[in-house]
Design a protein around this ligand. Sequence first.
Ligand SMILES: *C/C=C(C)/C=C/C=C(C)/C=C/C1=C(C)CCCC1(C)C
Length: 266
Amino acid sequence: MELPVLTVGQFDLIYNGFSLAIASMGAAFIFFMIGRSQVAPKYRPALLVSGLVVAIAAYHYFRIFESWGAAYQLDAAMGQYVPSGEAFNDAYRYIDWLLTVPLLLVEAVAVLALSRQQSGSLIARLSIAAVLMIALGYPGEITDSNTARFWWGLLSSVPFVYILWVLWGELGNALERQPEQVRVLVRNLRLLLLFTWGVYPIAYMAPFFGLTGAGAVVGIQVGYTIADILAKAGFGVLIYGIAREKTRADGEDPLEAPSTAAAAAS
Ligand SMILES: *C/C=C(C)/C=C/C=C(C)/C=C/C1=C(C)CCCC1(C)C
């Protein structure tokens, strides 16, 4: 999209949002890596995947942040930020999604604790849909035509609805199999998934809500950034919570005194 002139407040809001994303993803990475030792071995791969997701996102937000700074310069006479002529590279975001969305799907499926064969097929189907969703959204993201934006967005929504539909159903089935204290967490995970993933198409549609130029850019960038923090770091924290509860329910809590754990085992 053509970059509009921005007020200092608009420029800073996006700039600070990217900065917040780097801090959140970096902190989440440390949390997930340390958290691995607090869950039973069978839940550790899920925390490792959470760590990979936020590490990949931290790197891309760093690149996005740098690109944003280079794409604008302050016009002191106008008191506004004007495009510097250097392009703002939106592709970092889409490349990030191509890598992190399939990994997030792996995390979600891991919670279901299906047989290896079932989860393999589910991950394959969902990942193909994710790649289609992102690849179809990109041409709409970078065009200046609202008509083209609409049609690409609509096409991208087909695999999007498929993913949410399948995960909602599968997480619902998994609910029945969970111990009581895990059930509420899986229910929250399902809601977080729906509400955070739902933000992306809404932010994408900012130009259709009467927002033009600067307003649209702020809506899209701030919307995606908030959604990314919740869908990656927030989602991982819930996965950690589920893994902790299941570890406790299995009587394998590594945070309990060894004598207690041994007594429980005997
Ligand atoms: C960590 C990144 C995540 C979870 C990204 C999720 C992205 C989406 C759910 C994007 C969806 C889109 C549509 C449904 C239509 C318009 C184009 C997209 C790609 C923004």
